[in-house]
Unconditional design. Structure first.
Length: 175
């Protein structure tokens, strides 16, 4: 692998930033629109992430590992799936919130299939999305989608755990 391809991840943001600055200077409309979109995205991200990280930090401190292992560990029951669905309905902010929370759950001893399921549930079971979907497509459509999607998320999370034969252990500093 060449030095250029190793450092490509650094060149792309610099090129995009240069394109945006050049577009603003030359009044290139597509570049100006891109600049505004990037700015709005970054602003939303910077407003969302600090409270999310504070809440996840509180989750790490307030909820003991033994509680998570009891409910979401190796000996989990059907209630674990229901708790994950309930937890995922409260997610606002999509994967920005789900991924750090899934990592926190995993670090506390949650079984891998439940982490995969949590990520799947958090993309399909969010309350704001459900209300939006039901208002435009109808409650019948939303219920059918839930009845199809939830068992599929469970099935594929179990399959993904089985595919991953080598157990992944959480960060040893946190155990």
């Amino acid at each position: 692998m060449s030095k250029f391809t190793k450092n490509l991840k650094y060149y792309i943001p610099v090129l995009v930033f240069g394109f945006c600055v050049g577009s603003i200077i030359t009044n290139f409309i597509p570049g100006i629109i891109l600049s505004k979109n990037i700015w709005e995205y970054l602003k939303n991200l910077l407003l969302l992430l600090p409270p999310v990280f504070i809440l996840i930090g509180l989750f790490e401190v307030w909820i003991p590992q033994s509680t998570i292992e009891k409910h979401f560990g190796e000996s989990h029951g059907i209630s674990a799936w229901l708790w994950l669905i309930l937890l995922s309905t409260t997610i606002v902010g999509g994967l920005y919130v789900s991924l750090p929370l899934a990592y926190a759950l995993w670090n506390k001893g949650t079984r891998m299939r439940l982490v995969f399921a949590f990520l799947g549930f958090s993309t399909i079971c969010r309350i704001p999305m459900t209300f939006f979907e039901a208002s435009f497509l109808g409650i019948k459509f939303t219920l059918i989608r839930y009845l199809i999607a939830i068992p599929l998320v469970i099935l594929f999370s179990v399959i993904l755990e089985k595919i991953n034969r080598k157990p992944i252990t959480p960060n040893p500093q946190n155990t």
